[in-house]
Design a protein around this ligand. Structure first.
Ligand SMILES: NC(=O)c1ccc[n+]([C@@H]2O[C@H](COP(=O)([O-])OP(=O)(O)OC[C@H]3O[C@@H](n4cnc5c(N)ncnc54)[C@H](O)[C@@H]3O)[C@@H](O)[C@H]2O)c1
Length: 432
């Protein structure tokens, strides 16, 4: 983990992440009590992943959500997967007031992360907070500061860091397989049928202001009348989301940083727009096409692109070294190929020096070689092991904030139509 943090932050993080974090009064057979905030798409699926990750170390004793339909659905799932019926809450403060809860999972929309994480830390809970760490750069630093004071374990949901495939890629890069690296490409391309606009997720037909707590959903976001589109499709609106930047891009700049031992970029220039999902009835704020160029202070660039209107090239990160390329595609396939210095002309001789020619091409598959569909289950296990004092979290808030800063820089550059520059010494940005 040390290489992913600058030394100053690492020393602080290491001191804070050290265990054992569970109170000593706890008996050997006691499990960690988990409170679960947000059982929507991610939160619902993840109830089962935690069972796979740590069935003997934890139990989920409480869930909280502001839509009754999702609470009912989660209770059903809990009965099937875990065999117990947790207490239920609509107000997360009430869940946090339960002193028997040791840790919380927060799987709510982005604009709620700040207040929920800070309240959870102040209530003495360990926290798993989904990415992005927070809705703004400033809010992210608030969380980092609160965490440093708290002595609690916090894992940010950038789960690629726990994927064996990406760890392998990092190892190969560290061994010098691709030589020096000054350039990486990352991309995420998706599409939907004309009647399935991107991120227009289905709104449960029964959802209404009586069974959905609109005020609690809004939190500190601007007041508005009940709007089920905003509630269930919050990713499309700036009030609650950074769109592509904080929903998708953060995963990818983060994992490039992880593979290459980098932190925050020096600058970002991004550009895009709403090009594909332009129906008159579609009131989305966030672009469906975004490209972002990041430059780092140590002669390195990430070329990022995302388009939600064609999926042909899928998802990937490509580390383009002077001596070879490592690609991780669709979080499932890792490819290494050495350079041949022949402009890839068919039949042209491999002009690489012998030491590079000797490097065998590699293909690894996440499921076949590591029995993993992605890093999420490992990431959950790492969080629980850290609470038990047996490991350190791989994505503490310092790292989650670095990931989020890249995302916010892309949003800020897009909105302001200017290049944004990050100053690591002052933790501030400016536009040029
Ligand atoms: N790590 C990943 O790969 C990954 C993947 C998907 C989503 N996510 C993240 O997970 C989070 C949730 O995303 P999602 O797709 O599940 O969204 P979602 O809209 O499906 O679920 C959000 C849930 O939060 C609930 N909620 C809203 N306000 C609340 C409040 N005040 N108190 C309690 N519950 C409240 C909603 O009712 C809903 O059930 C986001 O931060 C998202 O970025 C991460």
């Amino acid at each position: 983990m040390a290489e992913d943090l600058n030394r100053r932050n690492f020393l602080k993080a290491a001191a804070l992440a050290a265990g054992p974090a569970i109170g000593t009064a706890r008996g050997a057979n006691d499990k960690i009590n988990i409170g679960w905030i947000g059982v929507g798409t991610r939160g619902y699926a993840a109830l089962e992943w935690l069972h796979t990750a740590a069935p003997n170390d934890v139990r989920i004793t409480a869930i909280c959500d502001t839509y009754q339909g999702y609470i009912a659905r989660a209770l059903d799932r809990m009965q099937t997967v875990w065999g117990n019926k947790p207490a239920t809450y609509v107000d997360y403060h009430q869940l946090l007031a339960d002193k028997s809860i040791d840790a919380v999972y927060i799987m709510t929309p982005e604009h709620l992360h700040h207040d929920m994480t800070i309240a959870a830390l102040r209530a003495g809970k360990h926290v798993y907070i989904e990415k992005p760490l927070a809705h703004t750069i400033e809010e992210g630093f608030d969380i980092v500061n609160e965490w440093k004071k708290s002595g609690k374990i916090v894992q940010v949901g950038t789960q690629n860091r726990s994927s064996s495939l990406y760890k392998k890629a990092k190892e190969l890069i560290g061994q010098g397989m691709v030589g020096d690296v000054h350039f990486a490409r990352a991309f995420w391309y998706r599409n939907g049928l004309p009647n399935e606009p991107s991120w227009r997720y289905a709104i449960p037909p029964d959802a209404n202001p009586q069974n959905t707590d609109w005020e609690r959903f809004l939190g500190t976001a601007p007041q508005r009348d009940w709007d089920p589109h905003r509630y269930f499709q919050w990713r499309l609106y700036w009030d609650y989301s950074g769109g592509i930047s904080t929903d998708l891009l953060v995963h990818q700049t983060d994992i490039v940083n992880f593979m290459l031992g980098k932190t925050t970029p020096r600058s970002c220039m991004s550009s895009g727009g709403i090009y594909r999902w332009t129906a008159r009835t579609d009131d989305r704020d966030v672009p469906d096409c975004l490209s972002a160029i990041y430059d780092y202070s140590d002669k390195f660039q990430i070329n990022y692109s995302c388009y939600l209107g064609n999926e042909y090239f899928g998802y990937g990160e490509e580390i383009c070294g002077n001596e070879g390329t490592i690609r991780v595609m669709n979080r499932q396939d890792l490819y290494f190929e050495p350079e041949t210095y022949n402009s890839r002309r068919p039949g042209a001789a491999d002009r690489a020096p012998a030491n590079i020619q000797a490097r065998q091409a590699i293909h690894l598959n996440g499921r076949a070689d590591f029995n993993e569909s992605d890093g999420a289950i490992n990431h959950f296990r790492n969080f629980i092991q850290a609470i038990l004092g047996k490991e350190q979290v791989i994505a503490p808030p310092t790292v989650g904030q670095q990931a989020a800063i890249s995302g916010h820089m892309a949003t800020l550059s897009y909105k302001n139509q200017k290049k944004i520059v990050w100053d690591d010494s002052s933790d501030k940005y400016h536009f040029v």
